[in-house]
Design a protein. Structure first.
Length: 191
């Protein structure tokens, strides 16, 4: 449950005092750095990759994670468009097409693997892992996106949810997450 009071600088609601949310100091510092970069008043670049991989500490009464994550998704998309436009301006559209094609090729190679064999199994027997069928279903949609121009947004990949299974019955979560980050990167470059 979010409280009505919000961080003036960041514009995010805080969760109740007993609940965990993102550290307001860390969120505000990052968002201010991103605003400064976008305004051109900072030479310290903030990239779409940086936004995609940023992590904030969880604190009681912090900022609502859903609101912050949604803002980060919009920021990542804006930066990806800016990076694409800057690459095209600097090196031409062929350079952008080469970059997109290279990344798509890497992702496509994994997507073409057989169901159940796309990612490694967790090394520990009882470790939580992603349900293979759920992940494979998303992989089929991603392959349709790459090969048949099916509609897919970066948000669909960002918000994908997989059932959890125990150990070797599923795919290793960290490997799947890293792959999906690259898929988001590709879709954002194309959008």
């Amino acid at each position: 449950m979010a409280r009505a009071e919000s961080g003036a600088a960041a514009g995010f609601e805080r969760v109740d005092r007993g609940e965990l949310g993102y550290s307001p100091k860390q969120v505000e510092k990052f968002m201010e750095a991103a605003r400064a970069y976008l305004r051109g008043s900072s030479s310290e670049p903030i990239t779409s990759h940086h936004v995609r991989t940023i992590a904030f500490d969880a604190v009681r009464g912090g900022y609502d994670a859903g609101q912050v994550d949604a803002a980060l998704d919009r920021l990542e998309d804006a930066l990806a468009r800016r990076e694409r436009d800057e690459l095209i301006d600097r090196e031409g559209e062929d350079a952008w097409l080469h970059e997109v094609g290279y990344l798509a090729g890497i992702l496509r190679n994994r997507l073409l693997r057989p169901d159940g064999d796309r990612f490694r199994r967790p090394s520990k027997n009882g470790a939580p892992s992603y349900h293979r069928g759920d992940v494979d279903a998303l992989c089929h949609r991603l392959l349709d996106y790459l090969e048949h121009d099916a509609t897919m947004s970066a948000d669909e990949v960002r918000t994908a949810v997989f059932r959890t299974v125990a150990g070797r019955e599923g795919y290793e979560e960290t490997q799947v997450d890293a792959f999906l980050d690259r898929c988001v990167e590709l879709i954002a470059k194309i959008a």
